[in-house]
Design a protein around this ligand. Structure first.
Ligand code: F6R
Ligand code: MG
Ligand code: MG
Length: 382
């Protein structure tokens, strides 16, 4: 049986009019580079798109995960794009490129990647979900709902192939060295939720069906952790297989109807709802957001991509979008106050600590009585 690897490698290498949208010339460059990758037999097929200011390279090949040639192709595409973006003075050109010396794969170099190696079934539908202005933990809630919540996924109850549940590989992304734990649902559901609720720390890396079949893969690259300082949110991508003994495409998409609150938005420092949008709305505007997710549906056929279908471009999500806009409006009224603004520790890589440390030496241990106030007794000797 031939194995096909789906690799989604993405980076923000510059965007138009601020952190809004990938400019057309970067799409053109990426398509040209990946076409050469097909001609040179590095990849089988590709599709280029964007989630807001992130350039997304969707590729299929037979070389397995973390493959040097495939990662090099993506990385060099980002480097060439960065050069062009700098030439045209596009905003934040090369934002996610932390080093221009390639060392085997893109991990730790700035770009994010989600990969999955599959034995193609008789028919192989899957979704690629790509988010902007948020972090990998944004996928914790929907992935839990898809693979473990029977109120979301009817198949968990109705379909005997889903009945044995799913195994979650969860990563502690705050550790310097990658650190993972495997947990099974429904048996360990409360422990799974205890971890996944901490979205800034624990993220789902992969999901497998009870019998070992791989079903989902998420990028868990944490830009601020690899850069040692804040350099932008690590906008995540997820690959999710659908149907024939796995959650249906509609059960995958149902998980995005909440719209749940995620961290990110303006300056990577605010809480906001994750809005599912069609490609035409894949650009972050109001207060650099609100955070949004696009979904493309494909099938893989003998290693080639068939599709895509723009999954959230449907009136069925209008009610979700309306709710998200109302939530956004409500949250924005809080301005710089928590919980709209994230807590200090979630912003430790932003510039806020600099502002706070400038105030630090003005603090004294006794309550201050301002000069000239009624309680001020400094001139009472007369
Ligand atoms: C969030 C993001 C933007 C910027 C903001 C300030 O991920 O990229 O919200 O943080 O627009 O941008 P600078 O600092 O480039 O002016
Ligand atoms: Mg940007
Ligand atoms: Mg982005």
């Amino acid at each position: 049986m031939v194995e096909t690897t789906i690799s989604v490698i993405k980076a923000d290498i510059g965007s138009l009019a601020g952190h809004v949208v990938v400019p057309d010339f970067l799409f053109e460059l990426a398509r040209k580079e990946l076409k050469a990758g097909v001609e040179n037999k590095i990849i089988n097929d590709f599709y280029v798109t964007n989630a807001g200011d992130d350039l997304e390279l969707i590729m299929t090949h037979n070389k397995g995960e973390n493959n040097e040639e495939v990662h090099r192709l993506a990385f060099e595409t980002f480097l060439k794009g960065t050069e062009l973006a700098r030439e045209k003075k596009i905003y934040a050109a090369g934002q996610d490129i932390l080093s221009d010396t390639f060392s085997g794969n893109v991990k730790g170099m700035g770009p994010g990647s989600a990969e999955m190696t599959i034995e193609e079934r008789k028919s192989e539908p899957f979704a690629i979900l790509m988010a902007d202005k948020t972090e990998p933990g944004a996928f914790n809630l929907p992935l839990f709902k898809i693979f473990a919540d029977p109120f979301n996924t009817a198949g968990l109850v109705i379909d005997p192939n889903l009945h044995d549940g799913f195994r979650f590989v969860i990563q502690d992304i705050m550790k310097d060295v990658p650190c993972f734990v495997e947990m099974k649902c429904p048996e360990e559901m409360y422990d799974v939720l205890a971890l996944l609720g901490s979205t800034g720390r624990f993220t789902i890396k992969k999901v497998y069906r009870a019998d070992g079949m791989v079903c989902a893969s998420v990028s868990t690259d944490k830009l601020h952790a690899v850069a040692g300082k804040y350099v932008g949110k690590d906008d995540p991508v997820a690959i999710i297989r659908a149907h024939s003994g796995l959650p249906a495409m509609g059960e995958i998409l149902e998980a995005f109807t909440l719209p749940h609150l995620v961290s990110g938005w303006m300056r990577g420092s605010h809480t906001g709802p994750l809005i599912p949008v069609g490609l035409k709305d894949s650009r972050c505007t109001r207060f650099d957001g609100p955070p949004r997710v696009i979904g493309l549906g494909f099938q893989v056929s003998n290693g080639m991509l068939v599709g895509p279908v723009d999954l959230f471009d449907d009136v069925a999500f209008d009610i979700t979008r309306q709710r998200a806009m109302e939530v956004s409006d409500y949250l924005r009224r809080h301005g710089p106050f928590q919980p709209h603004r994230l807590s200090d520790d979630q912003m430790e890589y932003t510039t806020l600590p600099k502002v706070l440390s400038a105030c630090a030496n003005r603090f004294v241990e006794e309550e201050i009585v301002p000069k000239g106030t009624v309680k001020d007794t400094s001139d009472s000797a007369e």
